[in-house]
Design a protein around this ligand. Structure first.
Ligand code: MF3
Ligand code: CO
Length: 267
């Protein structure tokens, strides 16, 4: 069952999303060679709590941390620990905040120091996939239109689209209906209406799209050991089109600017 959110609820979700965006920005800047992923987790938890929120991931189905840190061939759900980030790593950072009972969920993949041109291209294309997916969030479009746009762009660039993990509705819980696959056919899935709030989260791979879960029960890796990237935003469908609730002030793709309501653009 899809729950549509009122304007008041969407404002609360934007307040939650601003915390996620701010802390994600701090983590992007902290992700330098020499820092451990456990250090990033500490920054995440303190950052969210200092801003009055709660880390949504912590304790979710027993997940032990406030952020997911997925390096190189790790696609998503990497658990922070003593691992030291090294020059040339690709790091995916995934963060969720609960504020006033409302969840926001967002992820970015960043280069640690300087990365190869191939890694850079994977990042750029994955972020473009996210923006092209968001572009499909129009009243009367179908959820399948999002996945279609993502898959089209990823595969046109020679990349794989992870199938077993999908985006999702977000609201008072992190995972609500509908599921939002990153592949599919135009015109399939639920019709989108105002008040729909989705987490769109393409997971794109350099090689095979096949993944497996490691012994820890969480970490998702590519089966061929090649790189993966992951970008995610929480987006509300309003009468004026898609509004990115986890929009960052810094480090956002230029294309995102057109989904920023006028008063926020001025800020
Ligand atoms: N963005 C991730 C997702 O939607 C966050 C879940 S990580 C967990 O699946 F640890 F909280 F499960
Ligand atoms: Co998510």
């Amino acid at each position: 069952m899809i729950t549509l959110r009122s304007a008041r609820e969407i404002e609360a979700m934007r307040r939650s999303g601003k915390i996620t965006a701010k802390v994600l920005t701090d983590l992007m800047q902290a992700a330098k060679p020499g820092i451990t992923t456990a250090d990033l987790d500490a920054i995440a938890e303190k950052g969210i709590r200092d801003l009055g929120g709660e880390p949504t991931f912590k304790g979710y189905r027993g997940y032990p941390a406030s952020v997911c840190t997925s390096v190189n061939d790790r696609v998503v759900h990497g658990i922070p620990g003593p691992e030291v980030l090294r020059e040339g790593d690709l790091l995916s950072i995934d963060l969720g905040t609960t504020l006033e009972g409302y969840v926001s969920d967002s992820a970015v993949t960043v280069p640690v120091g300087t990365v190869s041109a191939q890694a850079r291209r994977l990042l750029d294309v994955t972020q473009e996939c996210l923006m092209l997916g968001i572009e499909q969030m129009r009243i009367g479009n179908h959820v399948g239109d999002i996945g279609h746009a993502v898959q089209q762009h990823a595969e046109a660039n020679g990349y794989g689209v992870v199938r077993v993990l999908v985006g999702h509705g977000v609201g008072t819980s992190m995972h609500e209906d509908p599921q939002v696959p990153n592949y599919g056919k135009r015109g399939t899935g639920a019709k989108m209406r105002p008040g729909l709030v989705l987490a769109v989260e393409p997971m794109i791979t350099q090689g095979t799209h096949e993944v497996k879960i490691l012994e820890d029960g969480w970490t998702v890796v590519t089966t061929d050991g090649k790189l993966a990237a992951h970008f995610e935003h929480t987006i509300a469908l309003t009468q004026d089109g898609p509004r990115i609730l986890t929009l960052r002030e810094l480090g956002e793709h230029a294309e995102a600017a057109k989904y920023r309501p006028r008063e926020e653009a001025a800020a």
